[in-house]
Design a protein around this ligand. Structure first.
Ligand SMILES: Cc1ncc(COP(=O)(O)O)c(C=O)c1O
Length: 426
């Protein structure tokens, strides 16, 4: 998989044309570093594969799932290359609109939307709302009625297909909280027909993230034709199919998604249904583009294990702790991997661990360490646990680089907290 983090000969790691040591010196650590050229290459790979395999009039609207990485700079770049947007909250809608996305290229998914979020989405002129429950149909109808509008919705099918690199990011199984069974989708359409402020226009589906068992996509797609036929047989309009995201990336040596095979399933199963096609890729576009740059605080030798304690921690990148996710770890300096370390942070949890048994050069305090493939579900899941500040984010493009989010300060955290007078005077 393409990434623009690379080592120049016997030298240190670069992000595109910029040495990581330069970024660490200028912006400090821990910091997220993103290579914009990787994001661009990933976007082009997706769009060119579909351009090659799908008919011209069935090109998908690629709605970037901005939950993966919602920094405004990254949203702006993807928008400028032609992406639409998938959002899961009213705040993501504001981010998207601020980044210049046309609301008619934004889809709103998620299992629970507040009336306020629905209202904002409808007022913006959003492309569609992806409905996840029977309750939501009347909820959206009521909001649309108040606004004197008609809401375009699609119903999210739960195809009962297991997909997703970890149980916590599988979303298409019967017992997952997402979507509606096929029977309930039919029921939802019937209900929608009775409501004046709902225009049901299609279906959506998203079986999970990091779906490395790629045949799961095909199995899920194959659930659609019969359902579409049933719905059309009842006179319902199915003119959009949103087939979600979930494209896997390489964290270690996983086999890559055969994008051509994926596109061929879309061509063979989805295209004949003659609908608009929408996809919601997130991780695929940004995952390998990012790394968490950390500095070694200390090396702690124990009887069993040598711990490399960095200034990055689970609050900065939760994926290893939350999903047992693997992230490659490299010393920024060049050197033979002569030592084995467990790479961790200072947070007071044994689960604060970036990786066990990693082969690295002999490391000392002050050395830089790159936690790789951290561009998706990295910064956006960071927290202030242990009163640690959110890391900085830096975007690199060729030899250009810029801070796209400064490191949070302790003042930012403390100023937001208030002690009631009746506590001060206890
Ligand atoms: C509804 C929906 N669409 C798209 C995505 C993006 O998934 P991924 O980043 O794996 O492409 C997600 C994330 O799980 C999601 O919940």
């Amino acid at each position: 998989m393409k990434t623009h983090f690379h080592r120049k000969d016997d030298s240190q790691i670069y992000a595109e044309d910029v040495p990581l040591s330069v970024l660490a010196k200028e912006f400090g650590t821990p910091s997220y570093i993103y290579c914009l050229s990787t994001i661009k290459a990933q976007y082009e790979t997706l769009s060119s594969t579909f351009a090659e395999i799908l008919p011209k009039d069935r090109q998908p609207l690629l709605c970037y799932a901005c939950k993966a990485n919602s920094n405004k700079a990254i949203l702006s770049a993807l928008r400028s290359w032609g992406a639409g947007l998938e959002i899961v909250s009213g705040n993501e809608l504001v981010r998207g609109v601020n980044a210049g996305f046309d609301p008619d290229r934004i889809v709103f998914t998620g299992v629970g939307k507040t009336d306020g979020e629905i209202e904002a989405a409808l007022k913006s002129g959003i492309h569609q709302i992806n409905v996840e429950s029977i309750f939501e149909i009347s909820q959206i109808n009521e909001v649309a009625k108040k606004l004197g509008m008609v809401a375009k919705v699609v119903f999210r099918l739960n195809p009962d297909v297991s997909g997703g690199g970890h149980s916590k990011i599988s979303t298409g199984r019967k017992r997952d909280k997402f979507g509606l069974s096929a029977n309930r989708v039919v029921q939802a359409y019937d209900i929608a027909d009775t409501l004046d402020h709902i225009d049901a226009v299609g279906l959506s589906m998203h079986i999970g993230s990091q779906v490395f068992e790629v045949s799961a996509f095909e199995r899920a797609f194959r659930k659609l034709p019969e359902l579409v036929q049933t719905l059309r047989g009842k006179g319902h309009n199915v003119s959009r199919l949103d087939i979600g995201g979930g494209f896997p990336i390489q964290y270690s040596d996983e086999s890559l998604l055969d994008l051509k095979a994926y596109a061929e399933w879309v061509r063979d199963i989805i295209v004949p249904l003659e609908t608009e096609i929408i996809m919601e890729p997130g991780r695929f576009l940004v995952g390998n583009a990012g790394g968490l740059l950390t500095r070694v605080i200390s090396v702690k030798e124990t009887d069993e294990i040598d711990f490399l304690i960095t200034d990055g921690a689970m609050n900065d990148l939760i994926r290893p702790t939350l999903y047992d996710a693997f992230h490659g770890i490299e010393a920024v300096k060049h050197g033979e991997p002569s030592k084995t370390y467990s790479v961790t942070g200072p947070v007071c949890e044994s689960g604060d661990m970036f990786g066990h048994d990693r082969k690295l050069p002999d490391m000392v305090a002050g050395d830089l360490c790159l936690i790789k493939s951290a561009g998706a579900y990295g910064f956006c899941m960071a927290s202030n646990y242990n009163s640690r500040v959110l890391p900085a984010e830096i975007l690199v493009y060729g030899d250009k680089y810029q801070l796209i989010r400064p490191r949070q300060t302790l003042e930012d955290i403390l100023n937001a907290e208030k002690v009631p007078e009746w506590v001060e005077n206890l």
